[in-house]
Design a protein around this ligand. Sequence first.
Ligand SMILES: Nc1ncnc2c1ncn2[C@@H]1O[C@H](COP(=O)(O)OP(=O)(O)OP(=O)(O)O)[C@@H](O)[C@H]1O
Length: 348
Amino acid sequence: MSFVNFQGVTKSFGATVAVEELNLQIEQGEFFSLLGPSGCGKSTTLRMLAGFIAPSTGRIGVHGRDITTLPPEARDIGIVFQNYAIFPHMTVFDNIAFGLVERREDRATIKRKVDAALEQVGLSGYGERYERELSGGQKQRVALARVLVIEPEILLLDEPLSALDKKMREEMKFWIKNIQKSVGITTIYVTHDQSEALTMSDRIAIMNEGRVLQIGSPVEIYEHPNSRFIAEFIGESNLLSGRLADGGVMVGGVKVPVPEASGQTDQEVALLIRPEQIRLEPITPDETPKLEGRVIDEVYQGSIRRYLVETMGQRLNVEVPNRPDLAQLPPGADVSLYWRPESGVVLR
Ligand SMILES: Nc1ncnc2c1ncn2[C@@H]1O[C@H](COP(=O)(O)OP(=O)(O)OP(=O)(O)O)[C@@H](O)[C@H]1O
């Protein structure tokens, strides 16, 4: 039996179906992300688990207990939102102590637990500060400490990094993941940012229009997306249109080998190739490459060069590391293209 169980959960707001027939199992200690575009239903899912809204149909279970109709305060769940919900008129110490005071813990225990929480989030010595004296990242650390100190069974994080600047977001991604691992708390993270989900999660559920389209590890989701929607939503993608053939996909008169191509010959498919999987080389006169193309555009982006290459009547994005041993290819250059057959994913 999984730790968190959504069974046939649907939530409608009038005519809007925010979440439809959700069946989701999350294991104890897992870092699980709900990822999807705005309006896909991820916050609604989280809010139903927290008890802020009730499902229209279906059941939610935690640790073998049916919590579908329990009020939020009767659920053992902590939540951190996008906007740092810390009290401005209280010190950091008192903010973190808040839940413990409500539970009427004694002063010595409160002091010990708050000091430990401050240390855990790297804010020892910040106890006497007020919200206005903290950076955005520090405020989110306080918000997290305030939740962790009461040792909930489940931690819910609703876009906790989206109000931070890019550099702080990068730093906090690793920091949150590390803290989650060291505490071992079952965590459900809501985000529309694929890089956050890929970096932090054990597993990711990709949602769209109220439904879960795929669940898998970051590697499974990125390397084996099960639909065009996911291929395009996660990372950069080239989707070549072609038709299934024996051992490959026919693209513009060329058979591109693929590892497995079950399905009907001649069926229309898309062949996904990630930009970083393609190797580009200048064509030398004695070469007969399998795939030839021409550079249409080149964009310098510091650590990589991005090329737009026309081949087999279609255009591909190619990402090449900026290294002295890799040729720089100006627009107009004739090139050969290589990738391993197993880098291609056939999507229907
Ligand atoms: N209280 C509400 N009343 C009416 N419709 C709602 C309500 N809450 C959410 N919805 C609708 O339900 C759908 C899913 O919303 P939800 O907030 O779960 O999406 P989301 O994936 O979290 O989006 P975002 O990333 O923009 O927060 C949307 O169409 C939204 O407009």
